[in-house]
Design a protein around this ligand. Structure first.
Ligand code: ADP
Ligand code: MG
Length: 402
């Protein structure tokens, strides 16, 4: 199954382009499901149809769904979260654990991503179009599976090191015992949750199946946010195969007010070309009326795809590249465009086989292949949109890294 994911700044036209893409694909004969994971659902409004939390038929081959974050998974998660919060409270655990557990409330969003996995496993559709929340939330979401794996370890360890040794002292207060020893259920839930989200990043970063299309408008703030989005998506190994520039004022637009806007847009359109090329960029005009309903969406779909197939992978890109230089000397390149343009800080920490790359507000753990794990990072530089990390043999008297 092919997955096309739309994100971008709030209000730029993500839902519109996602809906138009789904409609175009369905018209071409692909069985298509479009889901919205933005809690502020507007997919139904775009199609001018009532949608629900399970797929609803919209047209031939076309189904739509507005994912509810209050589904089963988040309910289960709530049980788990409460249990651990309570456990820590009873044990008087404070400090870092409690702080880390504080990130849990936002986890509901993750479960919207679990639908992507579910539909990919079921193979009921040829195409899944995902209308995501604005970039900030979407990126935070992508960083969660990492956090989640870590969290699960923490929980398992808590069971081992915190719960068990404390059963004895607690047994003096028998009445409280059931409060503290986890119901078997909780661990089943943790496993269930974990298996539901496990592999989402793998699926999303499989560029032969999943690509992200970034929707933007020709404006300064939007350009900046789109650049940052591309940096972070590349960090997670996710392929962006198209940039859709929406609400472009056409040449025939007249009137003084609008022609001034047209000039401003022209400046940013040039900049967008320079910034994102060679990723394909497509422009969608500013229509005289709102884009609502199948007829308007069909028009948009024709503009975006003309004779091309929406399911095509429009651009392929390598995100990691490792080259041997010498015996015990390798260069690893990680794609991370625009770090400097946006004044983002980058740093790399290696502990054995785990290398953590942090850029701006996000970080990613990379499990190094065996032939690199025994070496050490000796230098890291930034060259033409790539982080270049050099690995050399560990030497007792190795000089300090550059
Ligand atoms: N090219 C366009 N011309 C005119 N109106 C548009 C265009 N693209 C989107 N719209 C309208 O702008 C509003 C916001 O679009 P939407 O797709 O919901 O944005 P987002 O999902 O990014 O928040 C909607 O009312 C939509 O009909
Ligand atoms: Mg939307």
């Amino acid at each position: 199954m092919r997955n096309i994911v739309y994100t971008g700044k709030g209000g730029v036209g993500k839902t519109t382009i996602a809906a138009a893409t789904a409609l175009k694909a369905a018209t071409m004969g692909y069985k298509t499901l479009v889901i919205s994971t933005d809690p502020a659902h507007s997919l139904g409004d775009s199609f001018d149809r009532e949608l629900g939390s399970s797929p609803v038929a919209i047209a031939d081959n076309l189904y739509g769904q507005e994912v509810s974050v209050y589904g089963d998974l988040s309910l289960n998660w709530e049980i788990v979260r409460e249990h651990f919060a309570h456990l820590m409270e009873v044990q008087g655990i404070k400090g870092i654990y409690v702080e880390e557990m504080g990130v849990l409330p936002g986890m509901e969003e993750l479960f919207s991503l679990s639908y992507i996995k579910k539909y990919n496993e079921s193979d009921d559709y040829d195409l899944l179009v995902v209308d995501c929340a604005p970039t900030g939330e979407t990126l935070r979401l992508l960083s969660i599976p990492e956090t989640f794996g870590w969290m699960l370890k923490l929980m398992r360890n808590m069971e081992k090191y915190v719960v068990k040794p404390l059963i004895r002292p607690i047994s003096k207060r028998v009445g409280k015992l059931h409060d503290v020893v986890p119901e078997e259920d909780v661990y089943n839930q943790v496993d269930h949750l974990f298996s539901s989200v496990e592999g989402i990043i793998d699926l999303l970063s499989d560029g032969s199946k999943t690509t992200v299309r970034l929707v933007m408008n020709p404006e300064k703030m939007v350009l900046k946010e789109t650049m940052r989005a591309l940096t972070y998506l590349n960090l997670y190994g996710i392929t962006v195969d198209q940039i859709v520039v929406n609400r472009v004022l056409l040449d025939e637009v007249d009137g003084k007010f609008l022609s001034e806007w047209k000039e401003i847009q022209k400046k940013y359109l040039d900049q967008i070309d320079r910034t994102f090329s060679p990723i394909p960029i497509i422009q969608v005009p500013f229509f005289r009326q709102e884009v609502v309903g199948l007829d308007m969406l069909e028009k948009v779909g024709e503009i975006v795809y003309r004779d091309s197939d929406p399911l095509d992978i429009l651009y392929r890109e390598e995100h990691v590249n490792i080259k041997k230089q010498d015996e015990g000397h390798y260069i690893m390149k990680l794609r991370a465009p625009f770090i400097f343009d946006n004044n983002m800080e980058a740093n790399i920490v290696q502990v054995g086989e785990l290398m953590t790359v942090r850029i701006g507000n996000y970080q990613k753990g990379v499990i190094l292949p065996a032939f690199l794990a025994g070496l050490r990072v000796s230098s890291a530089n930034y060259k033409e949109k790539w982080l270049v990390v050099e690995f050399k043999k560990k030497e007792k008297d190795a000089t300090k890294s550059e």
